[in-house]
Design a protein around this ligand. Structure first.
Ligand SMILES: Nc1nc2c(c(=O)[nH]1)N[C@H]1C(S)=C(S)[C@@H](COP(=O)(O)O)O[C@H]1N2
Ligand SMILES: [Mo]
Length: 396
C-alpha cells in the first residue's frame, strides 16, 4: 500500500485545554480521569493515555441515542496514526480468492449497493476500571463505546466480486497503522466466514452522515455489528482470505476470555483452542445517563433514563430497583433504531421517603441473557456487564 501523504496525526494534536476531573458514580471503584480537549475534531473527552490516543466518552453524550462523532471514543494500539487522503486510498483484497482486487473509495461507492446499519461499537474492555479486584490494562470507565449510523458496502458483496474460494476459513483484516519499529505486533484481526459474509458486516466510509472522523478510521473501517470493537478495524486497507486460522498476538493471546465465563451465542470455531476463547459478541448491558453534574440523581427532579444494548438479539426489558435488587420495576423502552443500536429507556420515580438510595439498572435480551449483579472476574477484564448503580438523593 502506498500513501503519499503519511503523517503523524498526533503531531497535530494541540495542548490540553481546560482540564477537569471526571469521576464515575455508583461504581465499586471510582475511576478519576481528566476530561481534556486536545484531540483534533473531538470535544473534551476522558483521557486515559495520549500516545497512543485512548480517550473515552463522558456519560452525558449517551443521552443521545446516536453518539455524536465529535464525542465518539478513540482507542488505538499504536501511537503512529496514518493520515490517508481519500483519492489516494486503495483497498487490497487477496488470499484465497479467484480475482484479487484493488479498489478505490470511488470503486466501492460505484460498484456495490450502499447500505446502512445502526450499531454499537464497544471495546471488549469497556468498564475494565470497575473490576474488583482490579485487573491490568487500560482502566476504562463506562465510555469506551458509542452508537452510530454506519454507511458503506457489504463485505460479502466485495468478497463475491473477488470470487472467494470455498476453501476459505477466515477473513483477515489489516490496517495502515502498522508499527514496524514498535515492540507491539501489527494489529491484524480475523473473522470466521459466517460473520464476514453476514449481510450486516460492512466496509463503512460514513458515520452519522459524515465521512469517518480521522481518529475513528478514515477513510474506511470494518463494521461488525453485535461483536466487540476489536474486530472493527480502522483505516482498513487489506483484506486477506485465509485457508487456515490467523495466528498472531491479537488473535491467539489477546482478546480471549475463559470458556467457562459465560456461553457465547456467536462462536468462532476455528479460533477455539485452549481454555480461553475469543471474545465475540457484546454482552447485554445498560447504563443510566441522566445524572446531575455530580454524578448522582435527585429523586423526582432528575429524569430517570438511560440506554440498553446487546449483540443484536434484541433488548427485551430494562428494570430498575431502589432496594438493592429485592424488587424491580419495568422501564418504558423508547425508539428502536434496529437490533444492534442503543435502545433508550425511561422510568417514573417511585415515592421514596427521605434517605440515601441507590438505583440499580439491569437489562435482559430476547434470548434470556441478563446482566449480572457482580461482574464476572477474568484475567483481561473483558465483558463487564454488572448492573449500573447510581446514588440517589431525595430532596424534600
Ligand atoms: N487500525 C486499527 N483499528 C482498530 C484498533 C487499532 O488499534 N488500530 N483498535 C480496535 C479496538 S480494540 C477498538 S475498541 C476500536 C475503537 O474504535 P474507535 O477508536 O473508533 O472508537 O477500534 C478497533 N480498530
Ligand atoms: Mo478495544
Amino acid at each position: 500500500m502506498e500513501f503519499n501523504r503519511r503523517q503523524t496525526l498526533l503531531g497535530l494534536i494541540s495542548a490540553t485545554i481546560g482540564a477537569a476531573i471526571g469521576s464515575i458514580a455508583g461504581s465499586a471503584i471510582a475511576v478519576a480521569r481528566e476530561v481534556v480537549a486536545g484531540l483534533p475534531g473531538k470535544v473534551a473527552l476522558h483521557r486515559l493515555t495520549h500516545r497512543p490516543p485512548n480517550y473515552e466518552t463522558p456519560i452525558r453524550y449517551f443521552r443521545d441515542t446516536l453518539t455524536p462523532n465529535n464525542a465518539f471514543f478513540v482507542r488505538y494500539h499504536h501511537a503512529v496514526i496514518p493520515s490517508v487522503s481519500a483519492p489516494d486510498f486503495r483497498l487490497d483484497i487477496g488470499g484465497s480468492v479467484e480475482r484479487p482486487l484493488i479498489l478505490s473509495l470511488e470503486d466501492l461507492r460505484r460498484d456495490f449497493p450502499v447500505v446502512e446499519v445502526v450499531a454499537v461499537c464497544q471495546c471488549s474492555g469497556n468498564r475494565r476500571g470497575l473490576f474488583d479486584p482490579p485487573v491490568a490494562g487500560l482502566q476504562w470507565g463506562y465510555g469506551a463505546m458509542g452508537n452510530a449510523r454506519w454507511r458503506g458496502v457489504r463485505l460479502a458483496d466485495v468478497l463475491a466480486r473477488a470470487g472467494l474460494k470455498s476453501s476459505a476459513l477466515e477473513i483477515a483484516f489489516d490496517a495502515a497503522d502498522a508499527a514496524p519499529l514498535e515492540a507491539t505486533p501489527d494489529f491484524i484481526k480475523s473473522l470466521p466466514i459466517s460473520k464476514a459474509l453476514h449481510p450486516d458486516t460492512l466496509l463503512a466510509f460514513e458515520m452519522n452522515g459524515e465521512p469517518l472522523p480521522e481518529l475513528n478510521g478514515f477513510p474506511l473501517r470494518l463494521v461488525v455489528p453485535g461483536w466487540t470493537a476489536t474486530y472493527w478495524i480502522k483505516h482498513l486497507n487489506k483484506i486477506i482470505a485465509l485457508d487456515s486460522p490467523e495466528k498472531n498476538f491479537w488473535m491467539s493471546t489477546a482478546y480471549r476470555m475463559p470458556r467457562s465465563m459465560f456461553p457465547l451465542v456467536s462462536r468462532f470455531p476455528s479460533q477455539e483452542s485452549g481454555e480461553r476463547t475469543p471474545v465475540t459478541e457484546i454482552a447485554v448491558n445498560s447504563l443510566i445517563t441522566s445524572m446531575e453534574s455530580d454524578g448522582s440523581l435527585i429523586a423526582g427532579r432528575s429524569e430517570l433514563r438511560g440506554i440498553a444494548w446487546d449483540s443484536g438479539l434484541g433488548i427485551d426489558r430494562v428494570e430498575v430497583s431502589f432496594d438493592s435488587g429485592a424488587t424491580w420495576r419495568r422501564c418504558e423502552l423508547g425508539e428502536d433504531l434496529g437490533p444492534y443500536s442503543f435502545r433508550p429507556w425511561r422510568a417514573n420515580w417511585p415515592a421514596l421517603a427521605s434517605g440515601q438510595y441507590e438505583v440499580w439498572a439491569r437489562a435482559a435480551n430476547r434470548a434470556g441473557q441478563v446482566q449480572v449483579e457482580k461482574s464476572i472476574p477474568n484475567p483481561s477484564g473483558y465483558q463487564h456487564n454488572a448492573f449500573h448503580r447510581v446514588p440517589v438523593r431525595v430532596v424534600a
